[in-house]
Design a protein around this ligand. Structure first.
Ligand code: SME
Length: 164
């Protein structure tokens, strides 16, 4: 496990997110395809922070929308399907609320796709009718990587990209 994350350089985490949001919105301008939009976000978010080891989307699927299926991501092999309510992703989808887990070993039911994963944030993705379409899952190999700054920045970004 690596030491707690240190953002090097002159930018704060909030400033990195501000820059990223501009970049993502500029790249996606005029591109309506859902998969392309998700793939672009996964790529740019994954590269922005050294501690991100898995960054991607699980999309609502299943006959009654009771399952998540893996979508565009960066990182090692992710599990393909997660039932609603299972793991951190399933909890975010079921509750429709962002989940921040400081240490996945303390989260009962955590689904370990990559043994390096120590902390994570999962943010629900809604469309313009406030229907849940996916969750964004970011895993880190550093304990306590995610906080309110990540939550606010990611929720804002996802609303601007998917709820329009
Ligand atoms: N972290 C997730 C499982 C998916 S992988 O980590 C890619 C969870 O417990 O919901």
């Amino acid at each position: 496990m690596r030491a707690p994350v240190v953002i090097t350089g002159n930018e704060s985490k909030a400033e990195i997110y501000q820059r990223l949001e501009k970049e993502i919105l500029a790249v996606l301008d005029g591109e309506p395809h859902l998969i392309s939009r998700m793939a672009t976000i996964a790529c740019l978010l994954h590269d922005a922070f050294e501690h991100h080891i898995w960054t991607g989307f699980y999309m609502v699927d299943g006959e009654n929308g009771d399952e998540l299926v893996v979508g565009p991501y960066q990182g090692t092999l992710g599990c393909l399907r997660i039932p609603l309510g299972k793991g951190v992703c399933g909890a975010a989808a079921q509750e429709g609320m962002t989940q921040i887990v400081k240490n996945v070993h303390d989260f009962s039911g955590h689904i370990a796709c990559d043994a390096r994963s120590v902390s994570e944030i999962v943010v629900p993705v809604f469309d313009k009718d406030r229907k849940l379409i996916a969750v964004l899952d970011i895993d880190s190999d550093v304990e306590g990587s995610f906080d309110e700054v990540d939550k606010q920045a990611l929720e804002n970004l996802l609303a601007k990209v998917f709820a329009v």
